[in-house]
Design a protein around this ligand. Structure first.
Ligand code: NAP
Length: 293
């Protein structure tokens, strides 16, 4: 691999597959808008060659990476340092390279919090329902508990073991109550209380891929669920921009937030780490909306 000229900084996104990732569009748009002579590449790397390829990229002079599935967790052991939030969540989505040393960060947490912060009264001392127990759910629960101290977080998952392991990492040793006073519970999709909790929750976050293109007619909540105007529905999915779940919630009078906002804000925090500069948010959001609509 040839080394980059000194004035050019190069970044890339590591994933497998990675060709649909939107980070190249976001960062390249921002570099161009700010007149930075930087490059951003798609780096499709299979799990078994991650260690070797990462060393090749460092030797070639890469200054930083975004990380997407399936590497977000497995890459931790290859890094020299992992910032405390990323360590607590167990996932990294941004890496900075300094003198050959790799430092891992998780900007999904800040991205999610920023996307919902205008609605913090819906979270503080309220009941929050999280659908899904994967990496994104973990980042969302971490952010919500630390930032908004809700009364209760209920994780709804098809794999209860995974949901229980998620909440165990936030509760104290002896109970499922966090130091912030948040209570936790895990329930299955078929749990008798699911419909009632959907009605009673102040915020419902879809952290599953259910409803994502091409399955746009699917929704993570059962048909004929009663939502209402006192609720906030958040979907982490951004393809389509408005999912069936959000449509149903809006029809019931609930407030809604789509995944594009989190995408933009997690990207802007990564950009800040990469360059020390603010991402031109409006320009980047506009490019993404055009691409996705
Ligand atoms: P992940 O680690 O694979 O977790 C996905 C979760 O959804 C798991 O709990 C999985 O259950 C569950 N799930 C998958 N298919 C399901 C189904 N048909 N029915 C019920 N549950 C199902 O993925 P992730 O990284 O957390 O991502 C989750 C979603 O968030 C994706 O749509 C992703 O695009 C989105 N996301 C958006 C942003 C953003 O910036 N807007 C950032 C990160 C992620 P099992 O464990 O049983 O498989």
């Amino acid at each position: 691999m040839t080394k980059a000229p000194q004035n050019i900084r190069i970044f890339g996104i590591l994933g497998y597959p990675v060709r649909h990732a939107l980070s190249p569009l976001m960062h390249s748009t921002a570099f161009k808008e700010l007149g930075l002579p930087y490059e951003y590449h798609l780096l499709e790397v299979a799990p078994e060659s991650l260690r070797v390829k990462l060393n090749d990229f460092i030797d070639a002079g890469y200054s930083g990476f975004n990380v997407t599935l399936p590497h977000k967790t497995t890459i931790l052991k290859l890094l020299h340092n992992v910032e405390s939030t990323a360590q607590a969540i167990g996932a990294v989505n941004t890496i900075l390279v300094h003198d050959g040393r790799m430092e891992g960060y998780n900007t999904d947490v800040l991205g999610f919090i920023e996307s919902v912060k205008a609605y913090q009264s819906y979270f503080h001392k309220k009941k929050i329902l999280i659908l899904g127990a994967g990496g994104a759910a973990r980042a969302v629960v971490f952010g919500i508990v630390k930032e908004f101290a809700p009364d209760e977080v209920i994780v709804v998952a098809r794999n209860l073991e995974k949901a229980n392991s998620l909440i165990a990492s936030f509760g104290s040793n002896s109970s499922s109550i966090s130091p912030e006073g948040t209570r936790f519970r895990a329930i299955g999709w078929n749990d008798a209380s699911f419909r009632e909790e959907l009605f009673r929750a102040s915020v419902i976050v879809n952290a599953t891929p259910v409803g994502m293109k091409p399955n746009v007619n699917q929704s993570p909540i059962p048909e004929h669920t009663t939502l209402h105007s006192g609720q906030l529905a958040v979907d982490l999915i951004y393809t389509p921009l408005e999912t069936r779940f959000l449509k149903l919630a809006a029809e019931a009078g609930a407030r809604t937030i789509g995944g594009l906002e989190m995408l933009v804000y997690q990207g802007s925090h990564a950009f800040q780490l990469f360059t020390g500069l603010s991402m031109p948010l409006d320009k980047v959001r506009q490019m993404l909306e055009t691409k996705l609509s």
